[in-house]
Design a protein around this ligand. Structure first.
Ligand code: ADP
Ligand code: ASP
Ligand code: MG
Length: 630
């Protein structure tokens, strides 16, 4: 008998009618011949309200007590949902995360799942119950209640599905929310966003981690690692939704599948960092040690033996990051600065692996909208830009937008991102994402539902080994390390910090048919940016000439430097960015060998660095060793 895991988000349980609707969906799945596990979030804005209550007590609540408080939201939902199912005449039993045995690490408020015991779950299912399980919570080995971080119920649902799969069940996971599925961008910000029929795990991972709040990115890590068939659907209708599935060829036919906005980040800059091996490691290891996930990292090449490292963290982590880094900055003789409110806009698409000119098109759209780019980073299948919000700008309400009291915190943040939203709309239009996607993907039967996949955990050959892997279900998975040895780097120093310059540069390079791989842009001094990018070594002379010509027109004061012999080195996997340890491991392994890192780029599925070509092979070998890749 198949197992269906259905997850209902907070807005889909807001009132009694919606809870009853969720109960009906669960019962229908059961009558369809399945065993059913329903994972629920706290109703409506309960979690936000609980956080506000804590703030009434103290400015710095203890993390343990916060988890004690926040876990109550989901506990209300499980009881009410079970009652609704009973009322409709079916058997149901509710459990909290700790009762079932969702074991996590000790990090209160953003705990990671270590393992899930399925015995009690299976017993309740075998007795004919619909099991209603609290999302977002678990307990550590000392039986303390923990929570998984905002939006964490998605992760509970997919993790439970993965655990049932490992226990031998044929599973499917359905995420019910307040929109019809995954859209090309947030449909509340861009009304003509289009619902996708299917999206790949990697694309969804990047979208989610770049701000598409429709799914918790960690839930997609589970889905990918454990091959869990996943569909996002509307809790209020029977519309078919969006399947999140392994990547297939048709997905690469278009370069960009979606655009995301993140409005809750802070940008910090370390200026005047000594450009020598081990420095990035020193900085990011320290942040990893206190469990701060760094989002964008842009390390620029550095002039005169000094580099600038710009990076972003969640706004909520800004003060802790500053406290952690001040002593290190002093030690390195570097200046640590924070900047104004920023938003990040990212384009994502598996097609970027084969299509060129994506960056150029994105920058051109932003330039035409008069938007200035403060930082740029690229990844295997994504490009992100950072935009500084104008603090003086008013907060306009969109026509038809619900009043503030009714919307979620994420939507309030997005409303404040005035320039970010403008940028999002411009980029969405530039890639024609509102248009139907002709000819791509729709199978003859009109469905994307994947066939049940056998258990293939990458790097793990048999079921026993896979089950052993349950210990540390959320551990990072680094699957490969690759070297692109034939690259060159071009750096533009002292580029005026004005809208349109990046667009002009990449337009000039792209019209020469030159493929740009990695791009990093940082602000180095007030009003000045440093832009570095890599091109194939064979194209260096041409690319350099084109860059010099165009830069002369922008500002004769800019300098252009070419470095003929660099190698791009990257590690690919799952959860590369959110797991604070990956960058630490990578930078640490290179530091141990005394290999200097010239450029850094991070994304959810890929961390890339630029090193001297002469040390490329050695760097690759040491990364393979560090991450135990065959
Ligand atoms: P739930 O309470 O069901 O977990 P969330 O608020 O976490 O719901 O996620 C649903 C919301 O995600 C939608 O209301 C939508 O505004 C937002 N969203 C952001 N990006 C996207 C996207 N690309 N596709 C669909 N929804 C998105
Ligand atoms: N209730 C939690 C939150 O609001 C978890 C979730 O909804 O997924 O973040
Ligand atoms: Mg959610």
């Amino acid at each position: 008998m198949g197992v269906v895991v259905q997850k209902f988000g907070g807005s889909s349980l807001r009132d009694a009618d919606l809870v009853r609707e969720a109960a009906r969906k669960a019962i229908r799945a059961k009558h369809g011949g399945n065993q059913v596990i329903v994972v629920v979030s706290a109703q409506g804005n309960t979690t936000d309200d609980l956080i506000a209550k804590a703030a009434e007590m103290t400015a710095r609540p203890s993390a343990r007590e916060m988890d004690m408080l926040l876990a109550t939201g989901e506990q209300i939902s499980i009881a009410l949902t079970a009652m609704a199912i009973h009322d409709l005449g079916e058997k149901a039993v509710s459990f909290t995360g700790p009762q079932i045995g969702i074991i996590t690490d000790d990090t209160h408020r953003k705990a990671r799942i270590r393992g899930i015991e399925t015995a009690r779950l299976r017993k309740a299912l075998d007795a004919g119950n619909i099991v209603v399980l609290a999302g977002f919570q678990g307990m550590n080995r000392r039986e303390e209640i923990t929570t998984l971080g905002r939006g964490g119920s998605d992760t509970t649902a997919v993790a439970v599905a993965a655990a049932m799969k490992l226990a031998g069940a044929d599973v499917e996971c359905e995420i019910y929310t307040d929109v019809d599925g995954v859209y090309t961008t947030d449909p509340r910000v861009v009304p003509d966003a289009r619902k996708m029929d299917a999206i790949s795990y990697d694309e969804m991972l990047e979208m989610a981690s770049m701000g598409a709040g429709v799914m918790h990115s960690r839930s997609i890590e589970f889905a990918k690692k454990f091959d869990v068939p996943l569909v996002v659907r509307n809790a209020r209708s029977d519309a078919p939704g969006t399947w999140i599935v392994p990547e297939s060829d048709w997905m690469r036919e278009i370069p960009v599948c979606g655009v995301a906005l993140a409005a809750d980040e802070a940008r910090l800059v370390l200026e005047g960092v000594p450009d020598r091996p081990g420095v990035s490691h020193q900085i990011f290891a320290e942040l990893a040690n206190v469990n701060i996930a760094v989002d964008m990292i842009a390390q620029s090449a550095g002039g005169g033996g000094k580099a600038t490292i710009g990076f972003t963290v969640l706004n909520a982590e800004r003060d802790r990051t500053l406290r952690t880094l001040r002593p290190i900055a002093a030690d390195l003789g570097a200046v640590l600065r924070e900047t104004g409110r920023v938003t990040k806009v990212s384009v994502v698409g598996a097609g970027m692996r084969t299509h060129t000119g994506v960056a150029e098109k994105m920058f051109a759209a932003l330039s035409a909208a008069g938007i200035n780019l403060k930082m740029i980073t690229t990844g295997d299948i994504k490009i992100s830009v950072l935009i500084e919000e104008d603090e003086a700008a008013p907060v306009p309400a969109e026509p038809g937008e619900p009043p503030a009291a009714k919307v979620k915190q994420a939507h309030l943040d997005a409303q404040k991102a005035v320039l970010g939203r403008k940028a999002l709309r411009a980029v969405h239009a530039a890639f024609g994402l509102a248009q139907p996607r002709k000819g791509a993907g729709v199978p003859a039967d009109g469905s994307f539902k994947p066939r049940p996949a056998p258990l293939v955990v990458p790097g793990v050959r048999d079921r026993e080994a896979a089950v052993a892997r349950l210990e540390g279900m959320e551990d990072v998975l680094v699957s490969s390390a690759q070297l692109n040895p034939d690259q060159s780097r071009i750096t533009i120093l002292d580029l005026p910090d004005r809208p349109g310059n990046c667009s002009t540069v990449f337009n000039a390079v792209a019209t020469g048919g030159i493929v740009v791989d990695m791009i990093v842009q940082n602000l180095t001094a007030p009003g000045k940016a440093e832009l570095s990018f890599t091109v194939p070594r064979a194209d260096l002379t041409r690319a350099l000439k084109r860059t010099q010509d165009v830069v002369r027109l922008i500002d004769p004061g800019c300098r252009v430097v070419g470095d003929g012999d660099v190698a791009v080195l990257f590690v690919l996997g799952v959860g590369m960015r959110t797991h604070t340890g990956v960058a630490r491991g990578m930078f640490g392994a290179l530091a141990d060998r005394g290999i200097n890192i010239n450029m850094i780029n991070t994304s959810e599925v890929c961390v890339g660095v630029v090193v001297d070509a002469a040390r490329g092979e050695e760097a690759l070998a040491c990364l393979k060793e560090a991450f135990r890749i065959e």
